[in-house]
Structure formats: C-alpha cells, structure tokens
Write a protein that binds this ligand. Structure first.
Ligand SMILES: *[C@@H]1O[C@H](CO)[C@@H](O)[C@H](O)[C@H]1NC(C)=O
Length: 240
C-alpha cells in the first residue's frame, strides 16, 4: 500500500512537473495521503486482533476450533464426544460439516427405513396384497418399474434440491464443500414448524434427532441382515 502510494506520488510529481502552478498542491495531497495511509497501517498492526470466527453463526452454532467437531451438537451422554476412529480429529471445518451432513441424512433415511420395514411388512394394501406379513427385503424387486419410477423421481428431485441448497456449485469453489451459511441438514423443510428458534433448544432437538438416527441406522441394517439370514419377516421372532 505504502509502496504503491509512493509510486503514485512519484508519478504525480513527474506528470505535473510541466504545470508549475498545480504541482505543489498535488505533491502535498499525495504526500498527505501517503502519511495517512502509513499511520493507518501501523495502528492496524498494533491493535490486538481477536481471532475471527471460522464461519458465520448458524442456528446458534458458531464454529469453534477449540471444541471437538467445532462444537457441533451431538456429543450425547452417556458416551459424550465419541469418535474412537478419529473421523473428526484434525479435520477442516468443511470436512466436519460434510461428515455431519452425511450423518444427518443417513439418520433420516434410516429412520424412514425402520418405519418402512415395520409398516411395509405388516400393512395389507390393495396394490400389494392382503397376505401379511411380507418380507421387506423382497419388496423392491417385486415392484414393477412403472410403480417405482415416481419414487425415483421424487428422490431425484429432492436430492437436486438439497444439492443446490446446501452445496457449493462444482466449478465455483472446492468440490464436496457445503455452503458457508448452510447448517448441515437444515434444508428449510419444516412444514410443522418444529424447528426451535432458541439456540439451546435447537441443539437439544438436533441431539435428539441424531440419537434417534444413530439408533435407526443400526436398527435398519439389523433388519436387513436378519431377513437375509433367516428369511423371516422382522417381527416373526417376537413372541406375539
Ligand atoms: C436426476 O436424474 C437425472 C437423469 O437420470 C440425472 O442426470 C441427475 O444427476 C439426477 N439428479 C440427482 C440429484 O440425482
């Protein structure tokens, strides 16, 4: 800054040297502004700088590098912060946010899968038949493509929506990166208005969603594997 102003001042001096009357004022202005700039630079250096936050505050969460996972909610008792494989150790904020996005989305899919297994196997329907329970593992191959297509379309459209809402466009920034002002999982889809505006309540609700989601991920994989192994409906082993 100082250097370029000095160059500008030198240029001003040489360019106006042919016009004697205006010369002195130009030099004065140039010198003054150069002095002013140098003062400004010095004060900026002397002021003790508070570290800038890593990112904007979203839903009451301000990324904090001194906390595990930058302080995202989800360290739930009794385990507290539980990351034995060190997924979040030394990971960048962008990386941790991407992992959280994956965790929340897998959680939601798994919660729906658990409900889908239980309801799908035990609900008689006109299109699918009244012979219940059925075996959920077999249902997708049994459904015709014409019936499946609308579901694929809905998934495709909602994923396209999520991609444009949450992710930096490929080519406009680093790949696989969430937007800076996007809170992982907060797609703005809240038809029942359940999202609390209070940061503490939001963190609580997020922790509950993660708890249910983590359980559901284990439950869903358990149901799939159990059916593959014993070929029985999920609830067949219950004593009622
Ligand atoms: C939706 O389907 C189209 C056509 O198959 C595909 O090109 C596109 O990548 C899909 N979008 C998403 C988000 O899956």
């Amino acid at each position: 800054m100082k250097l370029s102003l000095a160059i500008a001042a030198a240029a001003a001096i040489s360019s106006v040297s042919a016009f004697a009357p205006s010369m002195s004022t130009s030099v004065k202005i140039a010198t003054n502004s150069a002095l002013f700039m140098s003062e400004e630079v010095e004060t900026a250096v002397e002021t003790p700088t508070t570290p800038a936050p890593l990112g904007p505050t979203l839903n009451g969460w301000t990324p904090d590098a001194s906390k595990p996972c930058y302080g995202l909610p989800g360290a739930i008792s009794p385990l507290g912060y539980f990351d034995p494989l060190g997924f979040c150790t030394d990971r960048s904020l962008a990386g941790v946010k991407r992992f959280r996005e994956a965790e929340v989305l897998h959680s939601r899919v798994a919660m729906m899968a658990v409900l889908g297994y239980l309801i799908g196997e035990n609900t008689p329907t006109i299109t699918y038949g009244f012979d219940v329970p059925t075996i959920a593992n077999n249902q997708i191959p049994e459904v015709s493509l014409g019936v499946m297509f609308p579901f694929f379309l809905v998934i495709n459209i909602s994923e396209a929506f999520r991609a444009s809402k949450g992710w930096v466009e490929p080519g406009l920034g680093p790949l696989f990166t969430l937007r800076e002002n996007y809170y992982p999982g907060d797609l703005g889809f809240d038809p029942l208005g359940l999202k609390p505006s209070d940061p503490k309540e939001f963190a609580d609700m997020q922790a509950k969603e993660l708890s249910n989601g983590r359980l559901a991920m284990f439950a869903a994989i358990g149901m799939m594997v159990q059916e593959l192994v014993n070929g029985q409906p999920v609830l067949a082993d219950l004593p009622f």
